[in-house]
Design a protein around this ligand. Sequence first.
Ligand SMILES: [Zn+2]
Length: 321
Amino acid sequence: MLVHRDRIRRALAVLGCSTPLAVLAGCPGPTSSATPSLAGPTFDAARAWKHLEAQVQIGPRPAGTPEAERTRAYLETQLSAAGLTPVREAFEQATPVGALSFCNVYADLPATGDASKAPLVLLVSHYDTKRMEFPFVGANDGGSSTAVLLELARVLKDDAPRSVSYRFLFVDGEEAVRAHWQDPDNRYGSKRHAEGLVKSGVSSRVKAAVLLDMVGDKELRIHRDEYSAPWLYEAFAAAARKNGLAKHVDGPRERIADDHLSFIEIGIPAVDLIDFEYGPGNSYWHSAQDTLEHCSQESLGIAGRIVLLGLPAIEAKLAPK
Ligand SMILES: [Zn+2]
């Protein structure tokens, strides 16, 4: 992704809605019976770490490579083991280096009861790594969020009841093929998925998209991305503050161009839960330093907890009245 440190505003689709904090404050808190982390199985950071190690072991995983395919096979195996049904969304697209094959993988977890009327919430991570001239393994950038999302899928699958449906969406091709992030050379997978949501009419049911990215940093602090819907960011940040995790949220305010923009562009409120300060001056980002030793199991666990603690407020806001 790219951070816009300048003050130039990008024209964006109007966010679908926004909620005053007072409304969120009235939502069921972390002690609600809907709280997955308390009512159901807890997020297992050790499992998430194993998912991270497995991806790094595959090696660099850029779009269109055999390693990307091995990663997809791993995602499918793990989603199936969690009792979910993985779906592939494959497509070819022209890029600055010629046509490349891309493939998103997702699995749906229906709401309890009549899921056809329930809102749909996307939980998203990119699983590709940036193509580099050195063996870039993307432990944090690509690996960490994918590991957390796999474990979230297992935890949420085992939890009930839920008033919204979830889609665990692993997108390909977030990274620019060229060295620099310049539209339209980026977000290939999320843009394609968003297009598909519109074409199929499913987009009207999608009420929020929660993107995770770079959440494995040993010193985890999620930034306040200014493209993100404030009510969605606040759902997670407020839950973190209430549960002793305040130091892991409310990082610098920035505009971060990432996969969430693909959903914002079609009118879906979205949030990017990202720590875009990886190593001194973000120097580990897109570097040979993006390795397991600069990530931690504890950070994966914190990121997972923050998501699980924040989801009840989102469910409460979106649940059919
Ligand atoms: Zn990246």
